[in-house]
Design a protein around this ligand. Structure first.
Ligand SMILES: [Zn+2]
Length: 223
């Protein structure tokens, strides 16, 4: 093989690899922490949903305190509501003093519009939903690298999620699944992640190709 040929071959390989690198949509990695607490990242931004919460609140899952230590600087924190199995002000304050970060929830719901116009990496659509014993509750639709990810939170009714089109991943508790069935509502999602399970709760997964049960803390997968 002469030198010029080898050079040309190397050049072709280089361009093939670099175009593949630049055209690929970044993957979103998810880690299940516990209860409704998840961490999503595309390697650039870090988004936590319903985390940090009070470990073991209402007998829901406890989690390793190392989860709190691994939170990076300037992460985004999104909360459906303030019940202790979803939210901990004490831990959030500690994290903010060490790592800064942006916190979103019902208290600054009006800032989402501004956030969505100034921040271009992902958008957050808010849905006011009802939850017994909670003053205000929100469900969220995140659009990130072309993926639509819905977080239902604790709301008891499937009406809101049934009106959202083409969800890629729907994070819902078991009761939303039941409510949708009972009321003949269709949830338009490719995949379901079932969260808010008790540590020892046994749920049978009848469709593992469509449903992921979040009962293995620390489990990671990509969307
Ligand atoms: Zn809850």
């Amino acid at each position: 093989m002469n030198k010029r040929y080898i050079y040309l071959l190397a050049l072709i390989v280089f361009f093939t690899i670099s175009t593949r690198l630049f055209t690929q949509t970044p993957e979103i990695q998810v880690k299940f922490i516990g209860n409704c607490g998840v961490h999503l990242t595309d390697g650039k931004n870090n988004l936590y949903v319903d985390f940090p919460y009070k470990s073991g609140a209402f007998n829901y899952m406890t989690y390793n305190p190392a989860e709190l230590d691994s939170i990076p600087d300037n992460a985004y924190f999104l909360f459906t509501h303030k019940h202790p199995d979803h939210y901990s002000k004490k831990m959030l304050n500690q994290i903010k003093s060490k790592h800064k970060g942006n916190v979103f929830g019902k208290w600054n719901i009006n800032e989402f519009t501004k956030f969505n116009t100034t921040f271009t990496d992902f958008t957050i659509e808010t849905f006011e939903t009802k939850h017994h014993f909670s003053f205000k509750h929100y469900s969220y639709l995140i659009t990130w690298h072309g993926k639509k990810i819905y977080f239902s939170g604790d709301t008891e009714s499937a009406v809101t999620i049934a009106n959202v089109e083409q969800i890629d991943w729907a994070f819902i508790p078991t009761w939303i699944w039941t409510d949708a069935k009972e009321n003949n509502l269709q949830i338009n999602a490719n995949m379901f992640a079932i969260y808010h399970l008790y540590p020892d709760q046994s749920v049978t997964n009848s469709m593992p190709e469509k449903i992921k049960l979040l009962n293995k803390q620390g489990e990671r997968w990509s969307l």
